[in-house]
Design a protein around this ligand. Structure first.
Ligand SMILES: *Cc1c(COP(=O)(O)O)cnc(C)c1O
Length: 428
């Protein structure tokens, strides 16, 4: 049972006042069946639900909690900033510190604008790319999620090169038609599209490592192909590093892969758990933004002092603790343990990991794109999820999500997790 009596009571009330009882759909547990629990408190690698059950958490508030939950440095930074006021709508020193840090850490970023969510960041990148190039068409990839932006909530049409169709009610077909959706990791489809319509394309937007359909890694040379083809056709390359930025390295995937996109969307870890997004890139493109340029973009709470202080504290602590190297070690411990468990149970499920991000696909087919990911045995995943939850390990309530290890996860936590997962696999 995922839900104790207090969670059940809260969920009943939530459903009365909030659509579906949740403020973001994946939280409703529709991917695994059953009803969600409510959290009372979180600290380090642990969360406690309102009924008093504690869990080792690998969701980490969907990525931001890279130091673990409620790290002292972040809580103190928020307290200290709050004493001087929680929002001004006037420039404040924290924004400048944050912008400087982003420009220093992220290889492609010469200038950056702060906003309040990853969705705002990708939406603004799309508008900016269109404004800069004077072109309308956007290319995205099947299975990449970029927040709930109209232009990016688009599904593939019937053929790879046909225009996209809305992936949500409320998005005009005429609007979705300006987005082309390609299969990921398919250079031939990419080349065919650019041969035909390269001159129309404002930008490619791609999750630098797609992590919203499970975790999918680029084939060798694929990201370079995106860079080369956009350069050749005068289109921009937008890396959506909302998930991977500040998670895999100080400079995200672009640092790991040695690639320089034109624009980068950021979010999640950069806010230390508070609502923050950011987008940045080449100075000549960023200077197209208002007030200097004609592309409008704004935000009442953008650069909020609490959010900036929280994010700065988290990022500096990561640097101080040499956090990325440490997370790689923890990730390796997890990987070895899970692979052992798979072997012991005779399951040939596909495991993918980069640093502290991981995904176990319940399929024996290697996963290079969304179509491969969809070969997963969802009933088996659901059973596995609930078995883990019953035994005190919380992974994302959907096959199509990525797990996150934090610096607060101890080797003991990971060993315990591997035992629980092995038992859950044996029970399938
Ligand atoms: C989470 C996410 C977003 C959206 O960010 P929000 O803060 O939820 O709006 C965009 N892109 C990627 C890759 C994400 O993982």
């Amino acid at each position: 049972m995922s839900q104790g009596p207090l969670s059940a009571k809260l969920f009943a009330a939530a459903k009365q006042y909030i659509p579906g009882g949740v403020n973001s759909p994946v939280r409703a547990f529709r991917g695994v069946g059953g009803d969600p629990f409510f959290v009372r408190r979180a600290k380090g690698s642990r969360i406690w639900d309102v009924d008093g059950k504690d869990l080792i958490d690998y969701v980490g508030t969907w990525g931001p909690a890279i130091l673990g939950h409620a790290p002292v440095c972040v809580i103190e930074a928020i307290h200290s900033a709050a004493k001087d006021g929680v929002s001004f709508g006037i420039p404040n020193p924290y924004e400048v510190e944050m912008a400087k840090l982003v420009c220093e850490w992220v290889p492609s970023v010469e200038k950056v604008r702060l906003c309040n969510s990853g969705t705002e960041a990708t939406m603004s990148c799309v508008r900016l790319a269109r404004g800069f190039t004077g072109r309308d068409r956007i290319v995205k990839f099947d299975g990449c999620y970029h927040g709930h932006v109209d232009a990016l909530l688009v599904a593939a049409g019937s053929g790879a090169l046909t225009n996209g169709k809305p992936d949500s009610a409320g998005i005009p077909a005429s609007y979705a038609e300006l987005t082309t959706v390609l299969p990921y990791n398919d250079v031939a489809a990419l080349e065919e599209l650019f041969d035909q319509r390269g001159h129309e394309i404002a930008a490619i937007i791609v999750e630098s490592y797609p992590a919203n359909a499970g975790l999918i890694l680029p084939q060798p040379g694929y990201l370079q192909a995106l860079r080369d083809i956009t350069k050749k056709h005068g289109s921009l390359l937008i890396f959506d590093e909302v998930m991977t930025g500040f998670r895999l390295a100080k400079g995200g995937v672009q640092e790991l892969e040695g690639l320089i996109p034109d624009l980068t969307a950021m979010g999640k870890v950069i806010g230390g758990g508070l609502p923050v997004g950011a987008f940045g890139g080449r100075a000549d493109i960023m200077d197209m933004l208002a007030p200097d340029g004609p592309v409008y973009q704004a935000g009442t709470l953008s650069g909020n002092p609490l959010a900036m202080a929280a994010g700065l504290a988290q990022l500096r602590e990561m640097e101080k603790q040499n956090g990325y190297a440490h997370l790689e070690q923890l990730g390796q411990i997890m990987e070895d343990a899970v692979l052992d468990a798979l072997k012991a149970t005779g399951r040939n499920y596909q495991w993918y990991r980069k640093g502290s991000m991981f995904c176990l696909f319940f399929t024996e087919t290697p996963v290079h794109n969304l179509t491969d990911a969809k070969t997963s045995d969802i009933p088996a995943f659901r059973k596995f999820f609930h078995a883990c939850l019953d035994d005190g390990v919380y992974i994302a309530p959907s096959q199509y999500e990525t797990g996150f290890i934090s610096l607060a996860h101890s080797p003991d936590d990971i060993a315990r997790t591997a035992e629980v997962m092995a038992k859950a696999l044996r029970g399938l």
